[in-house]
Write a protein that binds this ligand. Structure first.
Ligand code: CP
Ligand code: NVA
Length: 316
C-alpha cells in the first residue's frame, strides 16, 4: 500500500481486497485488539461530521490508540497557519492524519509535506473511506463485486467520484444517471491534478446516462445509490442544483423498476423527501445503517495497514 490514502486511485485491486478482507475479519471478531497501542491519529476537519469523526475516534480507541480532533476553528488550515506547516508540526507528535477538507489539494498538501500517512476523510472531490465501506456492504449483501450492477442516481459529487473509481477498479458494473447539467458542473469537470485524470479515465469505464428516466437507469440494478444534492460548501448553488436534480429522486416507483431484491444505499446525512423518500430510506430494501456501521470496520482495517499495526494474527 502507498503511504497515503488520498484518493481511490492510490489503491490497487489487491489493496482493496486486502482492506475488505481484513475489515470482514475485524467485524467478525468484534474483539478489542490493541494493535495500535500508543499511536495517535489527528483528525483535521474543516467540515462537520457525525459518521466519519465517530468511526475514526472509536476505531482508534478499539485498536488501543487515541484520536485528537482538530476543527477548523482550532487550527485554521491556510488561515491561521499554512497547510504545510501544520503537516510538519503534526508529524513530530502523531502517527497519522485523517483530513476532511474543502479543497482536495489540502489533503494532497498534508500528505506531501509530512512523513506520516494521510487519509482523505472527505474532500470536495472524493470520499474514499465511504466508498470502501460501501463496497464492503455490497459484498456482504450481494457477494462477488464483479457480478453486481450498481446504479447511482443524482449528483456527480465527491461520493459518486469515489464510487465510480472503486467500481472501475473492482470490475463492478456501474451506471450513473444524472442530468447533463450536473455532469457539466464545475465540480464534475474540474478537479485537481492526478485525481482529476484518474476520475476522468474511471468515468469512461462506467456507463453514464444523462436526461433519461431514472426508472430506465435502475433496470437490472442490484444496488441503487444516491447522495444529497447540495454538498457541504455548495450552499450558494442550492437552488440551481435542486432544480436540475429534481427528476432523480429515489422513490418507491424507482425502486420497483429495479431487481426485486435490490438494496438501497445512501452515505448519509440524507435530506429526507428530497433525493430519497422516507418510504425508501426507512423501507425493507434500505441498508443505510449497515453502511454506516461498516465505516468503522473498513477504517479500522485501513488504520491497521497504514499505521503499521500487526495484521498477521488477524489475517489468519
Ligand atoms: N457519510 C459521512 O461521511 O457522514 P458524516 O459527514 O457525518 O461524517
Ligand atoms: N456529498 C456529501 C457527502 C457527505 C458525507 C457532502 O460532501 O456534503
Amino acid at each position: 500500500m502507498k503511504k497515503d490514502f488520498v484518493s481511490i486511485s492510490d489503491l490497487t485491486r489487491a489493496d482493496v481486497e486486502r482492506i475488505l478482507d481484513l475489515a470482514t475479519r475485524l467485524k467478525d471478531r468484534q474483539a478489542i485488539d490493541r494493535k495500535l497501542k500508543g499511536k495517535t491519529l489527528a483528525l483535521v476537519f474543516e467540515k462537520p461530521s457525525l459518521r466519519t469523526r465517530v468511526t475514526f475516534e472509536v476505531g482508534m480507541t478499539q485498536l488501543g490508540g487515541h484520536a485528537v480532533y482538530l476543527s477548523q476553528s482550532d487550527i485554521g488550515p491556510g488561515k491561521r497557519e499554512s497547510v504545510s506547516d501544520i503537516a510538519r508540526n503534526l508529524e513530530r507528535w502523531v502517527d497519522g492524519i485523517a483530513a476532511r477538507t474543502f479543497r482536495h489539494g489540502t489533503v494532497v498538501e498534508l500528505a506531501a509535506n509530512g512523513s506520516i500517512p494521510v487519509i482523505n476523510a472527505l474532500s470536495d472531490e472524493e470520499h474514499p473511506c465511504q466508498a470502501l465501506a460501501d463496497f464492503l456492504t455490497i459484498r456482504e449483501k450481494k457477494g462477488d463485486l464483479a457480478s453486481v450492477r450498481l446504479a447511482y442516481l443524482g449528483d456527480v459529487n465527491n461520493v459518486c467520484r469515489s464510487l465510480v473509481m472503486l467500481a472501475s477498479l473492482t470490475g463492478t458494473s456501474m451506471v450513473v444517471g444524472t442530468p447533463a447539467a450536473a455532469l457539466q458542473s464545475p465540480a464534475t469537470v474540474s478537479g485537481e491534478g492526478e485525481e482529476a485524470s484518474a476520475f476522468a479515465s474511471a468515468l469512461r469505464r462506467v456507463e453514464v446516462r444523462t436526461d433519461v428516466d431514472p426508472k430506465e437507469v435502475v433496470k437490472d440494478a442490484d444496488v441503487i445509490y444516491t447522495d444529497i444534492w447540495v454538498s457541504m460548501g455548495e450552499e450558494d448553488r442550492a437552488e440551481e442544483k435542486v432544480r436540475d436534480l429534481r427528476a432523480y429522486q429515489v422513490n418507491s416507483e424507482v425502486l420497483e423498476a429495479a431487481k426485486k431484491d435490490v438494496i438501497f444505499m445512501h452515505c448519509l446525512p440524507a435530506k429526507r423527501n428530497q433525493e430519497v423518500t422516507d418510504e425508501v430510506l426507512d423501507g425493507p430494501h434500505s441498508v443505510v445503517f449497515d453502511q454506516a456501521e461498516n465505516r468503522l470496520h473498513a477504517q479500522k482495517a485501513l488504520l491497521l495497514l497504514l499505521l503499521g499495526g500487526d495484521v498477521e494474527s488477524i489475517q489468519r
